[in-house]
Design a protein around this ligand. Structure first.
Ligand code: SAH
Length: 222
């Protein structure tokens, strides 16, 4: 694992403890074992830390954050102004509780669809992340209207993505999102593969975005 300040790791651990407790009330994660949570929640979230630090300065949002991954660990580690976005209100209520318990003054939450956020705050973010949200073509379409010129989308993927990556590369011009980085790595268990892809917003999409709620995921561009 990349070197991280012990205070950051402590705060991340506290988040995971709160999550496992809250999971008794609301389904936020399938991972309840604390070793597994350390690997797949904390370490995995922080693999994007170097990339987010290289992204243009400005606001950060984690799309489809669920229990707060990778958004909460990255907000703690970077101190960036952060928005945690999820469409399921009861998850966001729990997240808001975590943010308050952890005393994260740089973090806000948004209960709603990504497409609605894009209407409310166009081009408001300079960096976005998404883990386990949707396939790459839908993801770059959803991210595009939220990003300022030159802003980055960091996608957390596993290694089996050839088909969705080909489809995303085909629609780069359409959504004005261009692949600038593609890294493969393995987590510290030695077996869990991870691929981090960065798409950069440049110029204007050739189609009007966001499309109607649901369209990006139901009928992705090809
Ligand atoms: N990123 C987390 C959760 C992944 S599950 C993790 O890796 O652990 C995907 C999450 O995205 C769910 O919580 C779901 O409610 C949310 N989601 C899916 N589509 C969305 C959309 N269009 N707008 C906002 N949230 C969405």
């Amino acid at each position: 694992m990349i070197p991280v300040d012990p205070q950051v790791l402590n705060a991340c651990q506290k988040h995971v403890d709160l999550l496992i407790e809250a999971n008794k009330r609301v389904n936020l994660t399938r991972i309840e074992d604390s070793e597994e949570a350390r690997l797949l929640h904390i370490e995995d979230s922080l693999v994007g830390l170097e990339l987010i630090n290289q992204a243009p300065e400005g606001c950060y949002a984690d799309l489809g954050t669920g229990g707060g991954f990778p958004g909460i660990p990255l907000a703690i580690a970077t101190g960036r102004e952060t928005l945690l976005v999820d469409s399921v209100a009861k998850k966001v209520r729990e997240l808001q509780g975590f943010v308050e318990e952890l005393g994260l003054s740089n973090v806000q939450t948004y209960a709603g669809r990504i497409e609605e956020l894009a209407e409310a705050k166009p081009a408001a973010f300079s960096v976005l992340t998404a883990r386990a949200l949707t396939a790459l073509p839908s993801l770059i379409e959803l991210a595009s209207p939220l990003l300022c010129e030159g802003g980055w989308l960091i996608c957390y993927k596993s290694d089996d993505i050839d088909e969705e990556l080909d489809a995303a590369l085909n629609i780069q011009e359409k959504v004005a999102m261009f692949l600038i980085s593609d890294e493969r790595l393995v987590l510290s268990d030695g077996v869990t593969p991870r691929r981090l892809l960065v798409f950069r917003k440049h110029g204007e999409p050739t189609v009007k975005l966001p499309r109607r709620v649901g369209m990006a995921q139901k009928r992705p561009y090809k």
